[in-house]
Design a protein around this ligand. Structure first.
Ligand SMILES: Cc1cc2nc3c(=O)[nH]c(=O)nc-3n(C[C@H](O)[C@H](O)[C@H](O)COP(=O)(O)OP(=O)(O)OC[C@H]3O[C@@H](n4cnc5c(N)ncnc54)[C@H](O)[C@@H]3O)c2cc1C
Length: 433
């Protein structure tokens, strides 16, 4: 135990995972969460192997496994015809190729496991952070009731609208993607007639797509449908949508999709936002993590997974430092950022490219994409495996990090155009990572 004190702003998936990883390496951590209670919306989440590996390291894999569904693969189909375009093996293939299982979970179940990993007294609810000030030898956090707290490190995991990010970078609105997202959870018995396999089901349609999978051990079927060109709805996980509009949005989809959409009684509607990658995350003893640092579109299903990776790398970087030494703490946070920012920038950009891949409508582009996907599907799965994404090992990333990479990371060019990555969205390797 080295007695360093860390404050984590935000008790979402990123903040709670950071609390767990930092505690595991001896930091004294308090999570400051503005909400009255910790809660995640009623929706599913894909915890890919790269994130499941972090949870395994925390001893949480079994707790997750009993609540999860482990899909055997990802099937991509044409929305109109239902024809199979691409298959990515998961299940045992994921365990052996990526070194950890791939889970589908209800967000509330993931939250339960994370809360169990952090002592109750380390989570302060109804605690709104209004200012974060790096004083050199410590950081002072100001709360909305005027009280202040000091720490050796502040990790701002306060989400896409992160006030901490605004304090570091100035206020800037997130960008509406032009897409809205429908979501619903359906009890298993209501879709039994559709015999939906325990895979991640994906449908590509013109200007719309659907991703759907089982959660909670197969009790619930989770549906996410995204539509391009929707009017900007309230960006809130709890905004309700009109059921007739949901059915109209997916009326051109194959019967299976229409079949389960018809079973969603009370759909939720959500406007999808993201932001451009940031040029830096760290100032002194303060750094960003998760959506506060790198919010992304959901097309790689990696927003939370990247936050979980952040938490693992951050803890490894902070493990050996003397918290009283500003130079050591600052160097550790810079090292964390240097390891993480190039990767999260890549995933943010590929997530934007995913919107193009999923929603093509010009028939030539659709034909070309479908040909490429079917060709890729025929290749040896070991060759087209997404090892660069799902095989990430935070410990290895830290061990292999060369400090010279800090300079390279600073020079990372940030492209917001995803078009170049269209063809290889499903299997693009990233050199050097
Ligand atoms: C449709 C959709 C599907 C997705 N599917 C997946 C998926 O399958 N897999 C995946 O990995 N990711 C997925 N994501 C992304 C994922 O949901 C997010 O990346 C992830 O939840 C971000 O977690 P976070 O902890 O960084 O932020 P958040 O969950 O936003 O948590 C931030 C917390 O900070 C608190 N906070 C904010 N301001 C303050 C303050 N001033 N003081 C104190 N507390 C504060 C908030 O109350 C909140 O609890 C999806 C996203 C969408 C929109």
């Amino acid at each position: 135990m080295h007695g360093g004190r860390a404050l984590v702003v935000g008790g979402g998936i990123g903040g709670l995972t950071a609390a767990a990883t930092l505690r595991a390496v001896g930091w004294d951590v308090t999570v400051l969460e503005q909400a009255r209670a910790l809660a995640q919306v009623g929706a599913g989440i894909q915890v890919a192997s790269n994130a499941a590996r972090v949870f395994a390291g925390l001893g949480l894999a079994d707790a997750l496994a009993v609540r999860a569904v482990e899909p055997t693969g990802i099937d991509v189909r044409s929305a109109r015809t239902g024809r199979l375009l691409h298959h990515t093996p998961l299940g045992d293939f994921a365990r052996t190729t990526y070194g950890a299982p791939y889970f589908h979970l209800h967000r509330a179940d993931l939250l339960d496991v994370l809360v169990g990993a952090v002592p109750a007294e380390a989570i302060r609810l109804r605690t709104v952070v209004t200012a974060v000030q790096d004083r050199g030898d410590a950081v002072t956090v100001t709360l909305d009731d005027g009280t202040t707290l000091d720490a050796d490190v502040v990790v701002a995991a306060d989400g896409i609208h992160s006030p901490s990010r605004a304090l570091l970078h100035g206020p800037a609105r997130s960008q509406f993607s032009g897409m809205v997202c429908w979501r619903g959870l359906i009890p298993a018995e209501r879709v039994a007639h559709l015999a939906l396999a325990r895979i991640c089901h994906v449908w590509y349609g013109p200007d719309a797509s659907v991703v759907a999978y089982w959660v909670r051990g197969g009790e619930l079927f989770n549906v996410v449908g995204i539509v391009q060109g929707g009017a900007e709805a309230v960006e809130s996980w709890s905004a309700r949508g009109d059921r007739d509009r949901l059915l109209a949005d997916f009326a051109g989809f194959e019967p299976t999709v229409r079949g389960f959409m018809a079973e969603i009684d009370d759909p939720f509607l959500w406007a999808i936002h993201d932001r451009d990658p940031l040029p830096w995350w760290t100032r002194g003893r303060v750094t960003l993590l998760g959506d506060a640092a790198h919010p992304m579109l959901p097309y790689m299903a990696q927003g939370a997974c990247q936050a979980i990776e952040d938490a693992a790398v951050l803890a490894r970087c902070l493990e050996p430092v003397d918290p009283s030494r500003t130079d050591e703490v600052t160097a550790a946070l810079q090292r964390y950022e240097a390891i993480r920012r190039p990767r999260t920038t890549e995933v943010q950009q590929q997530s934007r490219a995913g919107a193009t891949v999923f929603h093509l409508k010009d028939w030539r582009s659709v034909w070309r994409r479908n040909q490429q996907l079917r060709t890729a599907m025929r290749a040896d799965p070991a060759v087209s495996a997404r090892t660069w994404l799902y095989g990430y090992d935070a410990d290895r990333a830290v061990d292999e990090h060369d400090d010279g990479a800090i300079a390279a990371a600073a020079a990372t060019t940030v492209s917001t155009s995803g078009a170049a990555a269209v063809a290889d969205h499903w299997s693009r390797p990233v050199s050097g990572r």
